[in-house]
Each structure stands twice: as structure tokens, then as C-alpha cells.
Design a protein around this ligand. Structure first.
Ligand code: FE
Length: 347
């Protein structure tokens, strides 16, 4: 075993313990083609060391689909594979099942799912602590009890979401309960608005993040939002790119406003995209004190918009209120229960 592989096994073992994988249980690793064979091997080794049963299910790559879109996965139309995974207790998803109906089907059968797609150094740096769960659950409770979310920034954002219709997305980076989906690494909570319940203006500022393009906004982009949909996109090059991308889906539902929340991972680094544009981008998405604004589907939280066009747009230095109560001020979380717990590094 190489040093890195050993380190991977020991970190993944910690993760499986956080996921409460028991010796009586079975873990499946879902892979496709050649992607992350090292992760698959390390998870299988880690599960065995914990005394659990484990297997790898390897599928051919996605047959068709729109590049960069969510919802079409190697599991799409592969019935036997879906049925097989339903028998596992924990599925390690290395292929990105996010926003697919197959993922929901597995969750509904009680399968715990953990998505792992980030490079190892990102996972290692952002690795969860047990206490993250309480902090994220606190955010979840706040969102669950709120009727209205408003956020602003100095670039001119002022937008209001009506809340209450849909459940809350809770990501603390381990799948420890039946039917729970999570993503290693993460650490945030997010809501989605009531149907047609978002109005205002969002100004993405220079330096905010533009996924799935994995770039920083070079100039402000102004979005006008009416009844839950973006009606105008104004600005320079980035606005043009955004319009062109959304338009390419030929789907009016692609203009819908998607999930909204704030990041709580104090180990995340905003600049990481500048170092490696191959990252999935959990640094930006879970960055402590960000506002994670997004466009596209709400089907993951029970809505009926399953457009494959999904843009995550993490914003820095925003101020966010729930029913008028200050939660994040200029990019800093002001609620004690959600602040980082001083602790020693995990490794
Ligand atoms: Fe998203």
C-alpha cells in the first residue's frame, strides 16, 4: 500500500464510522468506467476493516445526455442495477446520482447514500467533524421554522423567498440515518421557496462563484426575479455566458430559482477553484458564511421542476435574514449555535 492509499483507507474508515456502518451491514460502491478506482478500493478496504460486507457495482458510462447536466446518470434505465443497490444499507456514490429519480428511489427504500466526487486533498481538508451535524441541524431548524428569507449584498442584491412548502436540504457530510443522502465534504443547509415565491434582485458580485463553469464572476451580473423565475440577466461577459448556457436547455423551467442557504464549513477555501479547476466545488458551496444561491430544479426537495439545468452560485459577504432576524452579516454567521467549535485538526 502506498502512503496515500493508506491515508485514504484510514480517512474513509472514519467516514464510514460517521455513517454508522455496522458489521452486520452491506456497503456498495457505485462506479463507472475508470473513475476514482482508488476511492472504490479504499472504501472497500475500509468497509472490510470495519467487518461489514462490501461490493463494487461498476456500470458503463452514461449513454446519452447533456454534458454538465444533472439527473442523467449511469443508473438511468438500468433497472437491475437499481434493484441490486436497494439491497445495500449504504451506497457510496462515485458517479454523481444527484437530482436523479434513481437516487430518490434508493433513498425511499431506506438506503443511505454518500456522494464522493472531490479530489482527496479537498476531502481531507474539509473532512467533517461530528459536531458539524448539530450546527447544520440548527440551520435546518431555523429554515424549517421560517416563513421568509431575505438576503442582500453591497452590490445591490435584495431578494425575498417565501418558505414553508418544502422540506430542507441538510448536508453535514455523513449519511448516518436510513434514507439519508449526503455529500462528502459539505456542511450547509438549504431551503427551496414556495412555488413562485421568490421576488427581487440578485446581483452576483465580482469574485462570486459561477458553477458549473468553475469560474469566478469577473463583473457583476444582475438578475431580476419575478414570481420564482429569472426574467432578465444583465451584465457583461458572464451574463452573456449565463444566458447562453440556460438558453441551451431550451426549457423555460431552467430560469427558476432553486435552493437557498448558507455555508458552515470553516475549513473551506474560497480560492481553491483558482488552484484547481477540476474540483467539484464544495469549497465554494459550503464556505463558512457564504450564501449559496442557485437556479434550476427543485425536484430534489419534492417540487415538480426537474430541469437538468442547474447553476450553483455561491456569494460572499452577503447579509441574510429569516423573518427579519439577522443570521449572516456581511458573510459572517452571527448565531452562536452555528459557529465553529474550536477543535484540533482531524488528522
Ligand atoms: Fe445545487
Amino acid at each position: 500500500m502506498t502512503v496515500e492509499f493508506e491515508e485514504m483507507v484510514s480517512l474513509f474508515k472514519k467516514e464510514l464510522e460517521l455513517c454508522k456502518l455496522k458489521p452486520t451491514e452491506t456497503m456498495a460502491v457505485l462506479t463507472s468506467g475508470d473513475i476514482r478506482q482508488d476511492y472504490a478500493q479504499a472504501f472497500l478496504t475500509a468497509a472490510s476493516e470495519l467487518g461489514a460486507n462490501a461490493f463494487e457495482l461498476k456500470l458503463p458510462p452514461v449513454k446519452a445526455g447533456i454534458s454538465g447536466s444533472f439527473g442523467v446518470t449511469p443508473l438511468t434505465d438500468n433497472r437491475v442495477a437499481v434493484e441490486c443497490l436497494k439491497k445495500a444499507d449504504l451506497v457510496i456514490d462515485l458517479v454523481l446520482l444527484l437530482f436523479s429519480k434513481e437516487q430518490l428511489e434508493l433513498q425511499n427504500s431506506g438506503v443511505r447514500i454518500l456522494m464522493v466526487v472531490e479530489p482527496f486533498d479537498v476531502i481531507k481538508r474539509m473532512f467533517p467533524q461530528e459536531s458539524d451535524k448539530d450546527r447544520v441541524l440548527h440551520a435546518t431548524e431555523l429554515l424549517k421554522n421560517a416563513k421568509e428569507l431575505r438576503f442582500t449584498n453591497k452590490a445591490g442584491t435584495d431578494v425575498v423567498y417565501e418558505l414553508g412548502q418544502y422540506p430542507i436540504l441538510t448536508e453535514y457530510a455523513f449519511a448516518d440515518e436510513p434514507g439519508r443522502w449526503d455529500h462528502l465534504p459539505s456542511c450547509f443547509a438549504a431551503a427551496t421557496s414556495n412555488d413562485r415565491g421568490v421576488n427581487g434582485v440578485v446581483v452576483l458580485d465580482k469574485g462570486d462563484i459561477f458553477f458549473p463553469f468553475n469560474r469566478y464572476f469577473q463583473d457583476p451580473v444582475t438578475l431580476t426575479i419575478k414570481d420564482g423565475f429569472v426574467t432578465t440577466i444583465e451584465g457583461g461577459f458572464d451574463a452573456m455566458l449565463m444566458k447562453d448556457y440556460i438558453e441551451s436547455f431550451n426549457d423555460p423551467r431552467a430560469y427558476a430559482v432553486s435552493h437557498i442557504g448558507w455555508g458552515l464549513n470553516e475549513r473551506a477555501k474560497w480560492h481553491s477553484l483558482a488552484l484547481d479547476d477540476q474540483v467539484f466545488g464544495m469549497d465554494g458551496r459550503a464556505f463558512y458564511g457564504n450564501v449559496l444561491f442557485s437556479l434550476g430544479p427543485n425536484s430534489e426537495l419534492g417540487g415538480d421542476n426537474d430541469t437538468p439545468c442547474h447553476l450553483d452560485l455561491p456569494m460572499k459577504n452577503c447579509t441574510l435574514y429569516l423573518d427579519g432576524k439577522l443570521i449572516v452579516k456581511d458573510g459572517d454567521v452571527v448565531i452562536e449555535e452555528m459557529k465553529p467549535i474550536n477543535s484540533i485538526a482531524t488528522s
